[in-house]
Design a protein around this ligand. Sequence first.
Ligand SMILES: C[S@@+](CC[C@H](N)C(=O)[O-])C[C@H]1O[C@@H](n2cnc3c(N)ncnc32)[C@H](O)[C@@H]1O
Length: 279
Amino acid sequence: MEVDINSIKIFIDSIKENSNYDFSNYSEKSLSRRIDKILFDNRMSIEELAVKISKDKEFIEKIIIEVTVNTTEIFRDAKTWQLLKYKYIDELKEKEKISIWDIGCSTGQEVYSMLILLNEKNLLPKAEILATDLNSEVLKIAEKGVYKFREIDEFIDNYELVMCSNPYDDKNHIDIPHKKYFEISRRKNLIKIKPNLLNKIAFLKHDIIQEKNIFDKKFDIIFCRNVLIYFKHDLQNKLFDFFYQNLNDDGLLIIGRHEGMLGPISNKFKKEESIYKKL
Ligand SMILES: C[S@@+](CC[C@H](N)C(=O)[O-])C[C@H]1O[C@@H](n2cnc3c(N)ncnc32)[C@H](O)[C@@H]1O
């Protein structure tokens, strides 16, 4: 079920008044479903929820975790990763440093996928990688790099599409078995990122709406995949402009498969699939 517009407003206002979080620019559709679930799980009316929010800071943090959608995968949308691997990453070889920012990294599978590509191209030593998310709980999981093995088939399929085939030249590829990067225990239902890939990423809590670029540098690649989809169009456009300003020349913005850039800002990028290259 979805809650009405008035309840969404009560929710947004109470969070805004009692914390630094601001959901005014999130799409009402996705907020509505989330608020409904919070009300159901806590057996509360919207008015009772607002009172609880005003009195309990810890509860607010729990609510933030409930409001954000954290679904992610290793090599999610394999086509984007194939393009990165066989086309765009090679363009970074000449750079002294490669700066990467993954915004809305969730539990880290996306940024570990990038690490694997960089490692295969021997670019890892010169990469500086930041990964940020609003939700501090997902960041704890990301740092550990240990995941439930539930989605085994999808993980293996995605991995093999990117690491064991070349859609652009099927005679020119080397199979890289997933054992090189993951320890898999079917019995314990766990996948672990191997230790050589851990500690290469700085994971930080950061709100892309409130804080923008606190890092005092520009980036060669910005990932912001499957995050914009939860925001209203005006905010999406402001963020596209922000990404443009914070990319180096020829920098890449990578967004989700169901997200798109419209309007004048799109003339400042060259697009291929979900990869936007700054012109
Ligand atoms: C669906 S996940 C996407 C994960 C990954 N980028 C991917 O595409 O697989 C969306 C993530 O965006 C984060 N998020 C939502 N609002 C945010 C904000 N204002 N600032 C930073 N991260 C945010 C959520 O906490 C969540 O982990």
